[in-house]
Design a binder for this molecule. Structure first.
Ligand code: MUC
Ligand code: MG
Length: 373
């Protein structure tokens, strides 16, 4: 039997400006850096994938430059000459040869899925077993660093029916200042919106105990990663004490992390990120662990551009329940696109294409223009 082989894998680093500074506890983004993967196969089909992180090495274990180097020097060469249609075999080969590197593996798995979908004429969601919805509710992050500006931004999003779930990035300031900021925003928006916070691990347990109570008592719906991923016992205690549900994000750096968090009872919600698990198929293994453990789901982002966002979306539309919605707004934070047709957001939802593969085409001119030389 003749196989379709993977012939070449190219990686490009792309720097795109953001619509405004995006302030996270560990880093303020003025731009976002994507690693775009182009996988060419012997049948002439090209699969595209994206491996994107936040703030160089400020957020995770991989940086755009390390992702590119590791794909160019280690992971890519392992796939050249392999059967392009056998995604299980290709990903097992990578897992056997390389520990971790889930961001790089996620982009490669996305490219394999995109190519196979194009080959079979099927959207990636159908390769993943089939979608149970066509669109996903999308939260927006208010992270200008200014309370009034954040309220005005939220009001505008409600007016144009783009978002009604808001996540506030806190943790960099004094706890009391952050709580004042969050409570003022919730007060202004009232029942018209769901307000959540993401602390990005910046509190210790002693701060978090009181802060979580205040947040819960003031109508905040969800508290994401209040303390360090390393402090597992603290996470378990906080999950038992907090009046508002606790969601883990940084705590999940692999499917195995998801299992041990579920076994320990460390959270009642999991943020699902393809980059933290090793791809759209890998993230569904984490989702299955959560479902079996009675843990609710949220479709997370590493603020990817269109390619990574739709790779995530195709996985998330296969899920039975996404109780907390998603935050797949990455493309909306960027001023520029590198695809010919941008993902469509309408009526608080991201529409997930039904065209083959991820449903995207690279815009060669724009990609060349924004690629790092
Ligand atoms: C994170 O920690 O969740 C996701 C949305 C956002 O604004 O930041 C990211 C990272
Ligand atoms: Mg987070």
């Amino acid at each position: 039997m003749s196989h379709t082989l993977i012939e070449s894998i190219q990686t490009v680093i792309v720097d795109l400006p953001t619509i405004r500074p995006h302030k996270l506890a560990m880093h303020t983004m003025q731009q976002q850096t994507l690693v775009i993967i182009r996988m060419r196969c012997s049948d002439g089909i090209e699969g595209i994938g994206e491996s994107t992180t936040i703030g160089g090495l400020a957020y995770g274990n991989e940086s755009p430059e390390s992702i590119k180097t590791n794909i160019d020097s280690h992971l890519g060469p392992l796939l050249i000459g392999q059967d392009a249609a056998n995604i299980n075999a290709a990903m097992l080969r990578l897992d056997k040869a390389a520990k971790g590197n889930t961001f790089a593996k996620s982009g490669l798995e996305s490219a394999l899925l995109d190519a196979q979908g194009k080959r079979l004429g099927l959207p990636v969601s159908e390769l993943l077993g089939g979608r149970v919805r066509d669109s996903l509710e999308v939260a927006w992050t208010l992270a200008s660093g200014d309370t009034d500006r954040d309220i005005a931004e939220a009001e505008q999003m409600l007016d144009i029916r783009r978002h009604r779930l808001f996540k506030l990035k806190i943790g960099a300031n004094e706890v009391s200042a952050d709580l004042k900021h969050v409570i003022a925003i919730k007060k202004a928006l009232g029942e018209r919106a769901s307000v959540r916070v993401d602390v990005n691990q910046y509190w210790d347990e002693s701060q978090a105990i009181r802060a979580c109570r205040m947040l819960g008592d003031n109508g905040i719906d969800l508290i994401e990663q209040p303390i360090s991923r390393i402090n597992r016992a603290g996470q378990v205690r906080l999950n038992q004490r907090s009046p508002a549900p606790i969601m883990v994000d940084e705590s999940i750096e692999s499917v195995e992390d998801a299992f041990s968090l579920a076994a320990d009872g460390a959270a009642s919600v999991f943020a699902l990120k393809i980059a933290k698990n090793g791809g759209p198929r890998a993230v569904l293994r984490t989702a299955q662990i959560a479902e079996a453990a009675g843990i609710a789901l949220y479709g997370g982002t590493m603020l990817e551009g269109a390619v990574g966002t739709l790779a995530s979306a195709h996985a998330f539309v296969t899920l039975n329940a996404l109780t907390w919605g998603t935050e797949l707004f990455g493309p909306l934070l960027l001023t520029e696109e590198i695809v010919t047709e941008a993902p469509v957001y309408r009526d608080f939802q991201l529409q997930v294409p039904r065209t083959p593969g991820l449903g995207l085409t690279l815009d060669e001119e724009r990609l060349a223009f924004f690629s790092r030389k």
